[in-house]
Design a protein around this ligand. Structure first.
Ligand code: ATP
Length: 134
């Protein structure tokens, strides 16, 4: 079994999609180990997106993820990291496959509703960052 860090981003919270997104993860069979709504500041965004801080797309991404509360959760299950990334779909909602969260519900490559850790190393780092008591 494996754990992964998921963020339900501010666009999903604003659009009232938290329940719909959670339903997909739960219906798949993943269990919720921790969950909290948080409105992060710029320093916390930089810590989460450390690998993207120098990228051109980062300043608007930072504005977006600090624009309102997100729901952070740790999900657990067999191959949870890959399973969540499959459920989330491709980064760009316009290109993500129908049936995925982004493919069904997002039309943007920035406001793409969800984040999921992309490797065991990033899951470990992100879980420690968001839920240091786990
Ligand atoms: P996440 O890490 O959020 O699960 P991802 O792994 O699919 O998404 P990354 O390449 O890690 O995508 O990019 C992190 C986030 O940065 C994306 O989810 C998206 O919100 C934003 N992003 C990535 N590329 C672009 C881009 N070209 N233009 C605007 N925003 C982008």
């Amino acid at each position: 079994t494996q754990r992964t860090l998921v963020l339900i981003k501010p666009d999903a919270v604003r659009r009232g999609l938290v329940g719909s997104v959670l339903t997909r993860f739960e219906a798949k069979g993943l269990s919720i180990v921790a969950m909290e709504q948080r409105h992060i500041d710029a320093a916390q965004a930089d810590a989460h997106y450390a690998e993207h801080v120098e990228r051109d797309f980062y300043p608007p991404l930072r504005d977006f993820v600090t624009s309102g509360p997100m729901v952070a959760l740790v999900l657990e299950g067999d191959e949870a990291i890959e399973v969540v990334r499959g459920l989330n779909g491709a980064t760009d909602g316009r290109k993500a496959a129908p049936g995925t969260i982004r493919g069904d519900l997002s039309l943007s490559n920035r406001e793409n509703l969800v984040h999921g850790s992309d490797s065991p190393e990033s899951a470990k780092r992100e879980i420690a960052l968001w839920f240091p008591n786990l």
